[in-house]
Design a protein around this ligand. Structure first.
Ligand code: PTJ
Length: 258
C-alpha cells in the first residue's frame, strides 16, 4: 500500500476508479480507508467518522477557508512555542495523512505518539509502522494508563503525551480532549465539524480537512517569525474561530443554489 499518493487501489489488475471521475479524489480516499479498515488499521467506526467529515467538508466548500488558515497559523505558533509538543495519531489520521504527519514533525520538532480509542496492541504496531514508513520518528516506549479516562485512550507514554504541554489531536472524540485540558495542557484539534464537543473544548480548533490542514501548519512553522508567533498567540480566541467557521458555512448554504 502506498501512502500520500492518489492511486486507485487495484484489487483485480484494473483501475476501479477512473481518474476522470469528477469525484476521483474523494472516491480514492474512501477506497484507501476501506482497504485500511479491512487490514485493521482503521477502526470500522472510523469509516463513519470519515463520512461525517466529508459532509462537513462539503459545507466549507472542500477548501481551506480564511478562518481555517488563521487557525493553522495559530496552531503553528503554539507548536513552535511549546516546551514539549506532541502529535497524537489515530487510525484515520495514519491512513489519510502519514506523510503529512512526518513533514509536520520535521517542521516543528514534535514527538509523534499513537493513541487509540479502539485500542489493540496489533493496531498500535500497524499504525506505528505506517508512520515510520512515511518518514516519521515515532515515540513508542512503554504505554501506561495515565490519562483520567475510563476507556483505552487513557493509555499513553509518561515521557510522551503525559508530559506534553501542547498536543495536536486530529480527528478526535471529545473525552480525551476534555481530559487533557483538565490536566492543564493546550490542545489543538483538527476537526471539520465546528459543532463537535472536541471543537468546542479544545484550546484551538482547525476546521479543515486533515490533509489540507497539516501541510498548512507545517508551512507556517517554517515561515512565522517570533513576532508573528507572539501576535497570533496573543489573539487566540477559539470561540471567535468557531463562530466564523459556522458563519462561513451559513453563508455558503444561503447561496448554495445560486
Ligand atoms: O483509530 P481510533 O481507534 O483511535 O478511532 C478513531 C475514530 C476516528 C474512530 C474516533 O476518534 C472517533 O470516533 O472519532 P469521532 O468522534 O467520529 O470524531 C472524529 C471527528 O473528525 C468528526 O467530528 C469528523 O467530522 C472529523 N473528521 C473526520 N474526517 C476528517 C475529520 N476532520 C478533518 N479531516 C478529516 N479527514
Amino acid at each position: 500500500m502506498r501512502h500520500g499518493t492518489l492511486r486507485s487501489p487495484d484489487y483485480r489488475g484494473v483501475p476501479v476508479i477512473p481518474p476522470d471521475h469528477p469525484r476521483y479524489r474523494s472516491l480514492v480516499t474512501r477506497e484507501r480507508l476501506a482497504e485500511y479498515a479491512r487490514s485493521g488499521v482503521v477502526a470500522m467506526e472510523g469509516l463513519t467518522s470519515h463520512g461525517r467529515g466529508e459532509a462537513f467538508d462539503y459545507l466549507i466548500g472542500e477548501q481551506t477557508t480564511a478562518t481555517a488558515r488563521l487557525a493553522e497559523q495559530t496552531a503553528a505558533a503554539m507548536l513552535m512555542s511549546a516546551r514539549h509538543p506532541v502529535i497524537s495519531v489515530n487510525g484515520n489520521t495514519a491512513a489519510l495523512a502519514a506523510p503529512e504527519i512526518a513533514a509536520l514533525q520535521k517542521a516543528c520538532g514534535a514527538l509523534v505518539e499513537v493513541n487509540l480509542f479502539h485500542r489493540t496492541g496489533q493496531r498500535v504496531l500497524q499504525i506505528e509502522e505506517i508512520l515510520r514508513n512515511a518518514g516519521a520518528d515515532v515515540y513508542s516506549g512503554e504505554a501506561e494508563r495515565l490519562l483520567p479516562l475510563t476507556h483505552d485512550r487513557a493509555w499513553c507514554r509518561r515521557e510522551g503525551m503525559y508530559s506534553a504541554d501542547v498536543i495536536l489531536v486530529p480527528l478526535e472524540d471529545g473525552d480525551r480532549c476534555e481530559a487533557l485540558i483538565g490536566m492543564g495542557k493546550k490542545v489543538i484539534a483538527v476537526d471539520l465539524n465546528p459543532l463537535s464537543r472536541t471543537a468546542k473544548t479544545a484550546t484551538l480548533t482547525v476546521v479543515d480537512e486533515v490533509t489540507r490542514a497539516l501541510p498548512e501548519i507545517a508551512k507556517a512553522c517554517l515561515e512565522l517569525s517570533p513576532a508573528d508567533r507572539n501576535r497570533l498567540l496573543a489573539s487566540l480566541d477559539n470561540h471567535y474561530l468557531l463562530s466564523e467557521a459556522i458563519r462561513e458555512i451559513t453563508l455558503r448554504l444561503s447561496h448554495a443554489l445560486d
